[in-house]
Design a protein around this ligand. Structure first.
Ligand SMILES: [Zn+2]
Length: 371
């Protein structure tokens, strides 16, 4: 039977998975380092995305997921592991882990960077705060051109763009300073993201908390900006409250809207406006100003795929139960989290699955007859 590896990617406002066909191994329980002569290839099989079905089983083997490599034009390309090597721990074999250049983004000083990495980082970046369903907050960075894709692939529930920088070196320094000085992490594990959906919450709570977190970071960065640290912190735009007095370069600069008409931008703005109407009179003057700043500059985003599941009773899918003969309806996928429902139990609760834990696992799929 053919075996497959799941690969996730952000596609507009959706997370989608593709099944990659794996080479057959003469000895599937072989040791790490053992290679086969066959190459992994992409085959057209049903995608792992909302609306599709899943019927399959984990074989118990783990395979290398490949690496991210920089191209001469300064973009990253996904490179599958040449032999989809069997591994015993982690998600990559040693050669792929060594070849993976995505980690360089955060640690390489400019003088040691390759021309491709310099190209990658020498474009406008933004700093954002993103929240997950249980109120875990992270600070992160993205190239401006990637827009909301970064939040989709991470499975964030809400996010606010806080500042925009001329390049990736400056935004990286700002991110480090923020996570060192304030209570933010730079990475959230996929298992935590999946678990965060179990206690029910509401989008308006998360949107309000996002505004507070964004304001906290904005105030911190503005306090860091003056004179002597100008090289490190030269945000192009911090929203309307940035003033030419604190940073002359800010005069006349406003943030470029990322996502004016996206469903996520609208969802965030509407939730915030409804909440503002509800608390009118009780909200402090400061809150009001911050909310206006966020709405007017279209800085906020809420994940439309995740929203319907925030206030629904969900349970964690017990280990081992994904395996056939059950067939699962894929109800939603946001970043590394999926919500499945058994087709044998249509009225049952949605089951939350941490795809991060499955990403390097080999699958056998029960494909529909047409394949
Ligand atoms: Zn590999």
């Amino acid at each position: 039977m053919k075996t497959y590896l799941l690969r996730l990617s952000a596609d507009q406002s959706e997370t989608k998975g593709n099944w990659r066909t794996l080479p057959e191994t003469p000895n599937a329980t072989g040791n790490e380092g053992e290679t086969t002569q066959l190459h992994a290839e992409v085959e057209s099989v049903p995608v792992f995305a909302a609306g599709h079905q899943l019927s399959g089983a984990l074989t118990g083997a783990r395979r290398c997921i490949g690496s991210q490599q920089l191209q001469p034009d300064g973009t990253f390309a996904y490179v599958p592991c040449r032999t989809a090597r069997i591994i015993t721990k982690g998600k990559q074999c040693f050669p792929c882990s060594r070849a993976d250049e995505s980690r360089l983004i955060h640690h390489t000083p400019r003088e040691k960077a390759s021309p491709a990495l310099i190209k990658y980082l020498d474009v406008p970046h933004f700093l954002y705060v993103a929240g997950f369903a249980d109120g875990t907050w992270k600070v992160g960075t993205s190239r401006l051109a990637r827009g909301e894709n970064r939040w989709v692939e991470q499975g964030a529930v809400v996010a606010i763009r806080v500042a925009q920088y001329e390049d990736g070196w400056q935004v990286r320094a700002a991110e480090d300073a923020t996570s060192t000085n304030l209570d933010f992490t730079q990475a959230v594990r996929s298992s935590r993201k999946a678990k965060s959906f179990l206690p029910q919450t509401s989008l308006s709570e998360l949107v309000l908390a996002a505004c507070e977190k964004a304001t906290e970071v904005k105030n911190f960065l503005q306090g860091q900006a003056p004179d002597e640290e100008m090289d490190l912190f030269a945000p192009l735009a911090l929203g309307k409250q940035s003033s030419p007095e604190t940073n002359p370069e800010l005069a006349g600069v406003t943030p470029e809207p990322l996502n004016q008409d996206s469903a996520g931008a609208k969802l965030f703005a509407e939730t915030l406006k409804n909440q503002a109407a509800k608390t009118n009179g009780r909200a402090t003057a400061n809150q009001g100003t911050e909310w206006d700043w966020i709405i007017e500059n279209q800085l906020g985003w809420a994940n439309p795929a995740a929203q319907p599941w925030l206030d629904k009773p969900l349970t964690a899918l017990p280990k081992g139960t994904l395996n056939y003969p059950q067939t699962w309806q894929i109800e939603a996928v946001f970043g590394p989290t999926a919500i499945l429902r058994s087709l044998d139990d249509e009225h049952g609760e949605g089951q939350v699955v941490d795809l991060g834990a499955l990403i390097s696992q080999e699958w056998e799929l029960n494909l529909p007859a047409s394949h």
